[in-house]
Design a protein around this ligand. Structure first.
Ligand code: ATP
Ligand code: MG
Length: 451
């Protein structure tokens, strides 16, 4: 094996300085280093600093085993089965520390214990530890495999990540087909980094995605919920959404959007919501996954409600409740949306039926609903996209109403909203037919209503 020295970039040949690194990450690096272990920054932290961006977090890697890390830090928690990791906690700040991953020999009995792979080649567990060079090869993209060594502030670039950064190219380490099969989420990560960092995806890295996109179906729905948040709520939602569609990944994440062929109005509404969300994030405003899911699934719910109402002669309101349940229960099979968010999604949708009926005391009751503001924004978005006079008039009416009846500030306060969310009963209980809950252990937190 070639010596590590050949990959070394000394301090005076790169731009990363300690003052750019988070204090807590530095504390962890030094504690490991002073205890005699190797301690390096790696991943997004190094990559973003080299690109002149502010890193979202700092990931640390070391030759200390998880148990050795735990022995060194009182504020340490070991997590993960698939990949065992140490989390060092500093109040709300978490620094992730991973032990160098190694190559595994599927024939060795010891490694079989620590590594588990599905028949299709997906890694279900990967806890073989190794050297820094091996660790680099187990990472996903070359630009994510650059290390910053706290021992002498040099970098190690074992996979040619610096060159790719310079040419703004995203390249997978190793054989793309094998690496995507090992972990199909790498296809989503490829799209995320392309959009977030404005990189060009290399042709070898791009080619297999459309062919392998269906492998995402094997990823646990809870992991996909987290990934979709990173994809759509990180400030480049629109670009990411378009890339996901281009690479046939959106079709696997949200099959319901493509069941009846793609709908232009639905697409326009989703794109506008993502433009608005990207803007909010740029302004440092709060965004909620519930709103974007409500937008993504709105037209399937409407279409289904009309179909049910036509087929059965049921009142539209009741058909709408059924349609909401159906659409959500299909969606949570691929993406496990936690119940606290499905409750808000349902509120936003239900309020669309209540906002047009504002006679008597109704307006006041709707206005006091904890999700009024989100529902009103949703209505305004529909009016903008559908360009329908009744919707526009309704928006104007509610705008004037709000101006004439300003709410006390606390009404929109975060605490207030959270409290109301916790107490909120599941609105499915008002569904016209008796429905059964499927008792699924894995998704006890998730909306798993059977449609
Ligand atoms: P960001 O934190 O900005 O979203 P990141 O690259 O740091 O980007 P993380 O999810 O924090 O992403 O992961 C840290 C590092 O761990 C990555 O840079 C990469 O080296 C490695 N990594 C993460 N996920 C995978 C994966 N699925 N396969 C291989 N390596 C991975
Ligand atoms: Mg990171």
């Amino acid at each position: 094996m070639p010596s590590l020295e050949q990959y070394k970039i000394p301090r005076d040949k790169h731009t990363i300085s300690r003052k750019d690194i988070d204090d807590n990450a530095l504390k962890v690096l030094y504690r490991l280093h002073n205890a005699g272990y190797r301690a390096l920054l790696v991943g997004g932290g190094v990559r973003d600093l080299l690109l002149g961006l502010k890193p979202k977090d700092f990931d640390i890697t070391t030759n200390a085993t998880p148990e050795e890390i735990k022995a060194l830090f009182r504020n340490c928690r070991l997590i993960g089965r698939r990949f065992r990791l140490a989390h060092i906690l500093f109040g709300r700040d978490v620094i992730e520390v991973a032990t160098f991953r190694g190559h595994h020999d599927q024939k060795s009995a010891q490694d079989i214990q620590k590594v588990k792979q599905s028949q299709g080649g997906m890694l279900l567990r990967d806890n073989v530890y190794g050297s820094l060079e091996e660790d680099a090869e187990r990472r996903d993209f070359t630009v994510n495999a650059i290390y910053y060594d706290i021992a002498d502030f040099s970098l190690y670039d074992c996979c040619n990540g610096m060159q790719d950064l310079k040419e703004r190219r995203l390249t997978l380490i190793g054989d793309p087909d094998v690496r995507y099969r090992e972990d199909p989420v790498r296809m989503l990560r490829a799209i995320r980094f392309t959009a977030k960092l404005d990189l060009k995806i290399s042709p070898e890295c791009a080619e297999p995605i459309r062919r392998l996109s269906n492998l995402l179906q094997d990823i646990p729905a809870a992991r996909l919920f987290d990934e979709v948040i990173k994809l759509l709520l990180s400030g480049q939602g629109l670009t990411t959404y378009r890339l996901l569609k281009e690479y046939k990944l959106l079709q696997v994440l949200f099959p319901i959007l493509f069941k009846e062929g793609e709908d232009d109005t639905a697409t326009a509404m989703i794109e506008q919501a993502l433009i608005d969300t990207d803007k909010r994030i740029a302004q440092g405003k709060r965004v909620t996954p519930a709103y974007i899911y409500a937008v993504l699934l709105w037209y399937p719910v409407e279409q289904r409600a009309h179909a049910i109402s036509c087929e059965s002669g049921m009142e539209y309101h009741d058909a709408f409740l059924l349609a909401m349940n159906e659409v959500l229960s299909i969606q949570v099979k691929s993406i496990a949306i936690p119940k606290r968010f499905t409750a808000t999604i349902r509120d936003i949708w239900m309020l669309q039926l209540r906002l047009p009926r504002f006679g008597g005391k109704r307006a006041q009751r709707v206005y006091q609903h904890i999700k009024f503001r989100a529902a009103f924004d949703f209505l305004a978005l529909r009016a903008q996209i559908e360009n329908a006079t009744e919707l526009k008039d309704l928006v104007v009416w509610w705008q004037e109403y709000q101006q004439n009846n300003p709410l006390p500030v606390h009404q929109y306060g975060r605490q207030h909203i959270n409290k109301a969310n916790e107490k909120k009963p599941d609105t499915t209980k008002t569904a016209p037919k008796k429905r059964k809950y499927r008792n699924k252990k894995r998704s006890s937190n998730t909306d798993v209503l059977d449609a």
